[in-house]
Design a protein around this ligand. Structure first.
Ligand code: ATP
Ligand code: MG
Length: 435
């Protein structure tokens, strides 16, 4: 029968990469916890309206990229293109914003966008995101950015550029929009069709357009920084001051507007040059209008999202040393059914004690079992035959040194676990000594 392939723009996570994903996810979620973020999980699909309102109907995401379909009950449903709208929807729906604020949420989710697949750009991808809801204070912006920087530091990526901007509030944007309309209306013929439509509705979107001609025109457009109101200007100054105080380097890039319509004030991106055109690994900012837009009370908020496929590409391009995938601590090679039964129950005991013990599940002969144990890198092996059972003694072989240790059945698990502990300690000391 013809083979069925995965849909275009999707990627399977294969066993050979599992340990990389596990490490990435563990590092991100545990650091998030240290910074006070608590996990939230929301549905893969939402009512389409959520994203039309929560992402904005003049954005590329909503205009071009959503996976929208009608379900069997005739509802318009969309696969989530990003994580913020769902998280804020859930916070409002469950009254989480009535508790003491701020509400700090984190998530690790798959996202779906109908885009042209290329390196670092997929149709199904994954985001790690955090949201901090309920605070208008610039210190929150600074701490969020500091946290993002620390995430990169954790992976040794301390040279990823931070680009920062403020896109003001609806008040200062009124004047800025007018200036942009005036500027772009001199170029209406050359703007792409989508941007022609944006000119009236939301001219700032044109700054975010990927079309080369629009980009060229946008390069000389007026800068938002010249239009910030007093409040937004002070806010931005404060954020920069706090970042300076913590030695967080950044450049101000007035062209950053971000993909969502409801961003206000601070916006930022972490960008690198070594993974090709899709260099933005993390993007975020303040979205003071979103909670109200989604039916909650007017509450300021901010957050960011990091693309995990891009992070992985970056780590691989830098030769990042991932912690190796788990190899068995101990492997039982058996001769005969009695030995197999004993191995099964020992494996269970080791598993519950936190060790990975393996046994033959393939009906291999002794020689093939030993070859297999070697191949999968077992730390210790134990051969169990009828003689061993009769003698009540087992031999535990250290596969690195070749040394053999003996133990009776009753104290076997304890002896083996002590050996494992000892070898872990020696390995970690060895690593330190080699440094
Ligand atoms: P881009 O400008 O590259 O299209 P974006 O502004 O649309 O990015 P956001 O909506 O801010 O991206 O999403 C946050 C992060 O999610 C991005 O910085 C990126 O790392 C990742 N990301 C976005 N779209 C994709 C995609 N199609 N495939 C893989 N990762 C993506
Ligand atoms: Mg995009």
């Amino acid at each position: 029968m013809a083979q069925i392939k995965a849909p275009r723009g999707t990627q399977d996570m294969l066993p050979k990469d599992a340990h990389k994903w596990e490490e990435i996810e563990t590092v991100l979620l545990s650091l998030a916890k240290n910074y006070g973020f608590v996990q939230i999980r929301t549905p893969v699909f939402e009512n389409t309206q959520l994203f039309e309102r929560g992402v904005g109907d003049t954005t590329d995401v909503v205009q071009k990229e959503m996976y929208t379909f009608e379900d069997k009950g005739g509802r318009s449903i969309t696969l989530r293109p990003e994580g913020t709208a769902g998280a804020v929807r859930a916070a409002v729906e469950h009254g989480l914003l009535n508790d003491a604020l701020p509400l700090k949420l984190s998530y690790l989710t798959s996202c779906y966008r109908y885009e042209k697949p290329q390196a670092g750009r997929l149709r199904e991808f994954h985001q790690f995101g955090v949201e901090c809801l309920g605070t208008r204070e610039p210190i929150a912006d600074a701490q969020l950015i500091l946290f993002a920087r620390r995430l990169f530091d954790c992976f040794g990526l301390d040279d990823i550029r931070l680009e920062l901007n403020s896109i003001g509030c609806p008040e200062c944007r009124k004047h800025y929009h007018a200036a942009l309309r005036e500027y772009f209306s001199a170029h209406t013929d050359t703007l792409c069709d989508t941007c022609k439509g944006r000119l009236e509705k939301n001219p700032m979107r044109i700054l975010d357009c990927k079309s080369p001609t629009c980009r060229e025109i946008a390069a000389n457009a007026p800068s938002i920084l010249d239009y910030l109101c007093e409040d937004c200007r002070t806010h931005f100054e404060k954020v920069k001051e706090y970042l300076d105080l913590n030695d967080i380097l950044f450049t101000v890039n007035p062209r950053i507007v971000r993909g969502l319509d409801y961003y206000t004030k601070t916006v930022f991106e972490f960008v690198c040059d070594d993974i090709g055109a899709q260099g933005t690994v993390l993007g975020g900012g303040r979205y003071d209008g979103l909670v109200e837009e989604l039916g909650g009370k007017p509450l300021p908020a901010l957050g960011f999202a990091m693309g995990l496929e891009r992070l992985l590409l970056l780590l691989e391009s830098r030769g990042y040393a991932f912690v190796q995938s788990a190899r068995p601590d101990i492997y039982f090679c058996n001769i005969g059914d009695n030995a197999l039964k004993i191995a099964l129950s020992f494996c269970d005991e080791f598993g519950l004690d936190g060790y990975y013990a393996g046994l033959d599940l393939m009906g291999r002969g002794l020689k093939a079992q030993m070859k297999y144990a070697n191949k999968i890198g077992a730390r210790f092996t134990v051969v169990i035959g009828d003689d061993d059972i009769e003698a009540g003694v087992l031999n535990i072989k250290d596969m690195q040194t070749g040394e053999v240790y003996q133990s009776d059945f009753a104290s076997f698990v304890e002896t083996a676990e002590n050996l494992l502990l000892q070898s872990t300690i020696e390995e970690s000391l060895g690593v330190e000594n080699n440094e």
